[in-house]
Design a protein around this ligand. Structure first.
Ligand code: SF4
Length: 516
């Protein structure tokens, strides 16, 4: 079987928020918060999500242009997070980045030939004529002219500059390119040409490509698989067509619905996405999407439909954040008259209207709870209303945090996280000899050894938090075989077992996808 070129596991990038002269840390911006994904050789993976979801930080951190806060990045069997400067330089030959803005990524004083040849020079190619020949050849392969080497950036259009950016990324023959919003700064008229070029480059050079985009149309055009990000987390991964035809996560559904796509089969499905992305410095508890999710799970106690439940939940969240201005509601309810003249019924009706709530909820107990909360708002006691709504309208979506679960398995999110952690650790040992594997195992399992101090099956499973047996029989067989292989020092056989059984699987993180 083929092991992926890139296996990213539990990657996090947090930025500290500091205060005062001593710069005490008072919080953290969780730009990327524990994401895992793989990229096969020759595969194009799309990382998609709204602006601010952390996808660009995920890209720069994966290439160690920024230092990760946590996680592992295994590239071709080596852990990039442990690289020193020399190893990092070698890695950068093999993994290149293409930036969003083609204009600002070139030095206006350097000719295009010099800019594209720069990586060759940095990596030690001294022969100027040879550099010039390579660059001329590459410019032709990206649809320009070899004679363009002596021209300057200002002489090219945005689309041509993005072609030159791709040539520069290709010049040292990388295995992986990460393209951050490669067409978003370009005219619509040239976007299709550049996407077509990326597609042709991928085939011609056999590259792995990660395409970062906020545009579902772009990822559908060029990607084999897609990972959807929301507020620093991946919420769904799937082969591209499966994701577009049958999205599993409510965020993916909402994202697709809010994207104009020229596919009549998709029209009218799902619900559009409303509201702002919450701040990554204070992500919501439970499922991070619950503050916007059109499918947030109603409490079983009441027979409320999803839209009404969403309205009640929005009211609850607004009250909790003290976002209800009672005086403003009174003014609105007074319809131009003296706000003090707006009676309680008018204020209650205005709030119901604002949150798309019917004049009476269809469930008597839910209605009683809502009416009680509205009474408190009328009495200007918004905190009291928030408490009442919290007690009366709980949701599992806020209480529990769902993790990614692979489709067509019975694994829990915790088991799947443990397997991915085990798999990526094994991936770093595939080139090690048996003795080195045994040594690393002993090191890893130091706190879990048997009575004689040896490493056994149980010690390995405990060290990686792998319960025995796992909830899924096929997964148990693969993990069991991998553990047995490791105990005899055969890390390559263990990796084959794990990647053969577990990759790449379709995943989704939502209580709706969970099996009991
Ligand atoms: S767990 Fe699922 S249903 Fe609940 S808020 Fe999150 S995405 Fe929506």
């Amino acid at each position: 079987m083929t092991r992926p070129l890139l296996d990213v596991e539990g990657l996090a990038k947090h930025y500290p928020i500091t205060e005062g002269v001593l710069r005490d840390e008072v919080g953290r911006v969780r730009a990327v918060d524990g994401i895992s994904f793989t990229v096969d050789r020759g595969e194009t993976l799309g990382l998609v999500g709204e602006s601010g979801c952390g996808k660009s930080t995920a890209a720069t951190t994966t290439l160690r242009l920024e230092e990760p806060t946590d996680g592992r990045i295994v590239f071709d069997g080596e852990d990039v997070t442990t690289y020193d400067d020399a190893a990092l330089k070698r890695f950068r030959r093999r993994a290149q980045m293409v930036f969003q803005d083609p204009t600002s990524s070139f030095d206006p004083r350097m000719s295009i030939g010099e800019s594209v040849a720069e990586p060759l020079r940095v990596h030690g190619m001294r022969d100027r004529e040879r550099r010039r020949r390579i660059v001329g050849d590459l410019l032709e392969r990206v649809g320009l002219d070899a004679a363009d080497v002596d021209r300057y950036p200002h002489e090219f259009s945005g689309g041509q500059k993005q072609r030159i950016g791709l040539a520069r990324a290709l010049v040292i023959n990388p295995d992986l390119i990460v393209a951050d919003e490669p067409v978003s700064a370009l005219d619509v008229s040239v976007q299709a040409d550049i996407l077509d070029l990326i597609d042709r480059i991928q085939t011609a050079f056999g590259l792995a490509i990660v395409v970062i985009s906020h545009d579902m149309g772009v990822v559908r055009e060029v990607c084999d698989r897609v990972a959807v990000m929301y507020l620093g987390e991946i919420v769904e991964t799937a082969p591209t067509e499966a994701l577009f035809e049958d999205p599993q996560h409510p965020y993916t559904r909402a994202l697709l619905e809010s994207t104009p796509i020229a596919d009549p089969r998709r029209r009218g499905r799902g619900t559009s996405l409303t509201g702002d992305v919450p701040s990554p410095s204070d992500p919501p508890p439970g499922c991070r999407f619950h503050t916007r999710c059109p499918e947030a799970i109603p409490d079983e106690e009441y027979g409320l439909d999803p839209e009404t439940w969403r309205g009640v939940l929005n009211l609850r969240l607004r009250a909790e954040s003290r976002g209800i201005d009672v005086e403003a509601v009174r003014t609105y309810a007074a319809e131009g008259d003296d706000p003090d003249a707006a009676g309680p019924d008018a204020v209650r009706a205005a709030i119901r209207e604002e949150f798309d709530l019917p004049s009476t909820l269809p469930d008597a107990r839910a209605e009683a709870a809502l009416a009680g909360a509205l009474d408190r708002i009328v009495a200007s006691d918004v905190d009291g209303a928030a408490d009442r709504l919290e007690d009366a309208f709980p949701t599992v979506c806020r209480r529990e945090r769902p993790g990614l679960v692979p489709e067509e398995t019975d694994l829990s999110a915790d088991e799947w996280t443990a397997i991915k952690g085990f798999r990526v650790w094994v991936a770093t040992l595939v080139d090690a000899d048996e003795e080195a594997v045994i040594d690393r195992l002993a090191e890893r399992c130091a706190g879990e050894t048997d009575r004689e101090g040896g490493v056994d099956r149980l010690a390995i499973r405990a060290s990686f938090r792998l319960p025995e047996p796992l909830s899924d029989a096929d997964a148990e067989r693969a993990v069991g075989a991998a553990v047995d292989a490791l105990l005899t020092g055969r890390a390559d056989a263990a990796a084959d077992e794990l990647y053969g059984a577990f990759g790449p699987l379709r995943e989704s993180a939502c209580h709706l996808n969970r099996r009991e």
